[in-house]
Every structure is written in structure tokens, then in C-alpha cells.
Design a protein. Structure first.
Length: 193
């Protein structure tokens, strides 16, 4: 691995692997993110994680491949490093990145990730959220703590009252950052997941 490069701080659970250009004879061209997903999705699933996003950007003469993964147990730095090694191997085997050198960055979603899927809501149990609810009364913001999330919807504790919302009426939820909250209030596992 080449040294001497500067790296910005990575989000929680970030790991990075620097890759060399593929072998001579491989073609130069644009990177197809769908093809990358096809290559990395099975590796991520085998690790018991969910693929949240894939993004390829130009970074000078290199490309930056950002892969965001998550799981019900969260993503530790060790998890991110292990999955980064496995993804590097899979990507190099198929040469899906073309002939440009690239940097692979694997991280977990930040607190600002929108809650859009059932798994996002499930992983937010115990967290304070804000969401736009659109129903027969129109669209209105609702703030509350996620008490439960299942296949049909979300139960929020709104000012001491439990309210049930089907996914069909929920917009993208956002986790509200809380400072100074005792760990015992963060949910069953102590970390909000």
C-alpha cells in the first residue's frame, strides 16, 4: 500500500484500502455503480450487513469509492476494516473499477442518515426522531421517541402518548441529536440500536 498520503477523518466505522490500477490490457472507461453493487452486494450480505449506498467520485487522477454499510448490531471499526478487505478482493477480481487507481472507503451511516426503510426505523428504536406525517389531516411534523418498528409501521412516544403510524404516511425521518442523555435511556442494547 502506498504511503505518504493525507486522509480526512473518517466517520464512525470507517476503514480504507488504497488500490493500484488493474493489470495491463484492461479497458479504460466510466465506472458503472450498478455493476459495482452487483459485485459487492453478495460480499456485504455474507458478512450479515446491509448495503446502504455506493458512490464513486473523481479525486484527481484517482477515484474514490464510498460504500456505506449497516447492520442491526452496528458497524465497528474492525467490521469496516474486515469488509473493506473483502470488498477490495472482490472488486480487484472482477476489475469493475476500470484501469484508474481508486481508494475504497467503507463506513457506517451517520446520525444524519434519513430514516426511509423499515430497517432504519428498527435500528432507531429508543432514539428521538422528527418526521413529516401526511394523512387525512394534511402534512405535519411530528417529534417523538421510536418505541417500536415492525413490518407495518412505527410506534412513536409523542409527549408521553404512544402513537402508531403506518409507513405509508411517514416521510423521511431524522434522528435528533441529544446531548447528556443517560445511557440507560438509550434503548434495550444501551446504544440506541
Amino acid at each position: 500500500m502506498p504511503g505518504g498520503s493525507r486522509h480526512a477523518p473518517k466517520p464512525r466505522g470507517a476503514a480504507e484500502a488504497r488500490r493500484s490500477p488493474p493489470r495491463r490490457g484492461e479497458t479504460r472507461g466510466s465506472v458503472d455503480e450498478d455493476r459495482i453493487v452487483d459485485v459487492i452486494q453478495p460480499v456485504i450480505a455474507a458478512a450479515g450487513m446491509d448495503l446502504e449506498s455506493v458512490r464513486v467520485t473523481a479525486a484527481g487522477r484517482r477515484r474514490l469509492l464510498r460504500v456505506v454499510v449497516d447492520s442491526d448490531r452496528g458497524v465497528s471499526l474492525d467490521d469496516a476494516a474486515a469488509i473493506s478487505r473483502e470488498l477490495s478482493t472482490a472488486l480487484d477480481t472482477v476489475a469493475v473499477m476500470g484501469d484508474f487507481p481508486y481508494t475504497l472507503e467503507v463506513s457506517s451511516p451517520g446520525v444524519d442518515r434519513p430514516l426511509t426503510d423499515q430497517r432504519h426505523w428498527r435500528r432507531a428504536v429508543g432514539r428521538l426522531v422528527q418526521v413529516t406525517v401526511t394523512d387525512s389531516d394534511g402534512a405535519r411534523p411530528v417529534s417523538g421517541r421510536v418505541a417500536a418498528a415492525d413490518a407495518d409501521g412505527v410506534t412513536l412516544d409523542v409527549e408521553g402518548a404512544r402513537r402508531r403510524f403506518p409507513y405509508a404516511v411517514l416521510g423521511s425521518g431524522t434522528i435528533q441529536v441529544e446531548f447528556g442523555r443517560p445511557p440507560s435511556e438509550l434503548g434495550a442494547t444501551g446504544d440506541g440500536h
